[in-house]
Design a protein around this ligand. Structure first.
Ligand code: NI
Length: 135
């Protein structure tokens, strides 16, 4: 029997969306307010889901305590209250869109999740805008 279990988490972070190789006009046209040179913040809501067989001994797919600590260590400690462009190495050359942030989070977690389990990352940049990545 396969079940998907999910854990919610939260972090605040600042970012700016732009490309160094584009003109100011083009950056403004494509990224609008998100190209503010002084950065701006979001309250990101994260849902990490693990899909797999229920362990016959524990009755768990994954130990929620372990998943909680993993998200804290790998995601919250790395991203919370950070300027993503300036302080997070993965975004030195990568635009910190919700899409790219979800892929970065997935990559940070994947090696720590049982290889037999599927991993899904859902990231809300605003209550109405969210992206989903599952590898
Ligand atoms: Ni933004």
């Amino acid at each position: 029997m396969k079940v998907k279990v999910s854990r919610k988490a939260h972090f605040n972070a600042a970012h700016r969306l732009y490309r160094k190789d584009w003109s100011d006009d083009k950056n403004n046209a494509v990224f609008g307010k998100c190209n503010n040179p002084n950065f701006h913040g979001h309250n990101y809501e994260l849902i990490v889901s693990v899909f797999g067989e229920i362990d016959s001994e524990t009755g768990f797919v994954v130990d929620m305590k372990v998943l909680k600590d993993l998200i804290k260590e790998k995601v919250e400690d790395a991203l919370d209250h950070k300027n993503l462009n300036v302080e997070v190495p993965e975004f030195k050359e990568l635009n910190p869109t919700a899409e790219n942030i979800s892929v970065v989070i997935w990559n940070k977690l994947r090696t720590h999740i049982d290889a037999n389990h599927e991993l899904e990352v859902k990231l809300y940049e605003t209550p109405r805008n969210f992206v989903t990545y599952w590898g």
